[in-house]
Design a protein around this ligand. Structure first.
Ligand code: BYC
Length: 316
């Protein structure tokens, strides 16, 4: 932390004053002055994050009616509801930056705003629910714990709550895969198949490599991001390479190998063509996911109208 004094910085131009606060780890709050580009970056990132949460409900929601036991169904229902809640905290955080929720959703529905690439892959068997919890939520936690220290107060506070729930999500996924890996040969094969399909897309979730990351340098200067995409990706690979040993399964990367000198696992090349293809709308489920969100919004019109009418009545 660097020293910060309002008296010494009061006379400076607002941008210098702002950066001095960020450098001194003083949180920026909605009514504080902030550069327009900082506000726009936050709206972009927080809204994309919120969209990821609610689009992320779809692949898992697909399995609620087919969960193999009441216990599994309860866990999955709770998890999917949590993701909806995360979306709400994050939309509320984005709204503190002066943008309306209708606008944010319109940008999602028109394809202007992105959401995480990972949710454009299909959930083909029950083990996918375990793989999502362990790998996808595992990647999400790795990326989100540092966001609890983001310079923007409302985002940081939303992330603290979200991270607590994400850790339950990851554990339930691991526990599901552990049960399958100790089951019949067919169950073990199902778990391995799910890991084979979800591992690389989870590694890609961290975004482009640092050299190709357009926003990282500025976002790190503003302390929105605390670690680069590649740093977090390496931590994730290291964590999974160890945890998979307990499952007795394998990571689908023949080049994964402990590197004593680096103190990290080396790993094989990432298929960036696949990543950009999915980000640009051409993944296996992009169209289906967007259609489902637009349909849900249209079908929910009567709820919004009823809530508005009720609020109006109470005002009178
Ligand atoms: N997918 O300069 P970069 C969850 C885009 S939900 C799609 O590195 P930045 C969960 C990026 O937006 C988890 N697009 O960007 C929910 C940018 O394009 P634009 C979601 C991606 O922002 C339900 C361009 O590539 N988590 O956990 O500095 C069930 C250049 O990238 C992706 C968050 O959203 C991607 N994977 O860094 C289970 C976390 N990666 O905007 C689980 C918050 C990059 O210029 N977000 N792009 O058009 C972040 O931490 C950062 O935004 C990122 C990207 C690390 C994702």
């Amino acid at each position: 932390m660097q020293p910060y004094s309002t008296t010494t910085t009061d006379t400076l131009d607002p941008e210098v004053h702002f950066q001095a606060k960020v450098d001194a780890e003083i949180r920026i709050e909605p009514k504080d002055w902030m550069p327009e580009a900082y506000r726009k970056t936050l709206i972009r990132q927080i809204s994309q994050h919120a969209h990821s949460e609610i689009v992320g409900m779809l692949p898992e929601g697909n399995w609620i009616t087919r969960a193999p036991s009441l216990r599994r169904k309860q866990i999955l229902l709770a998890k999917v509801q949590d993701e909806g809640g995360h979306g709400l905290y994050l939309y509320a955080a984005a709204e503190t930056l002066g943008v309306g929720r209708d606008q944010l959703l319109a940008d999602l529905h028109s394809g202007k705003a992105k959401y995480s690439s990972i949710f454009n892959y299909p959930t083909l068997n029950w083990a996918d629910i375990g793989a999502i919890g362990w790998l996808v939520d595992g990647a999400a936690i790795m990326n989100q714990i540092p966001l609890c220290r983001c310079s923007y107060g409302p985002y940081a506070r939303a992330m603290q709550r979200i991270c607590k729930e994400e850790s339950f999500h990851q554990r339930q996924g691991f526990e599901l895969l552990l049960s399958l890996s100790r089951g019949t040969e067919a169950q073990k094969a199902m778990a391995q198949d799910a890991i084979n399909r979800w591992y690389w897309p989870s590694v890609m979730m961290f975004g482009p490599s640092d050299n190709d990351s357009a926003h990282s340098a500025q976002s790190m200067k503003w302390k929105i991001k605390r670690f680069s995409n590649d740093e977090l990706r390496q931590r994730f690979v290291d964590m999974i390479a160890e945890q998979i040993k307990t499952l007795g399964l394998v990571v689908p990367d023949p080049e994964l190998k402990w590197n004593e000198a680096r103190g990290h696992y080396d790993f094989g090349p990432i298929n960036w063509d696949e990543f950009w293809n999915v980000v640009n709308g051409n993944g296996p489920c992009n169209r289906q996911r967007l259609r489902a969100r637009v349909d849900a919004y249209d079908k929910g019109a009567w709820v919004r109208e009823a809530a508005a009418a009720y609020a109006e009545k109470r005002k009178q």
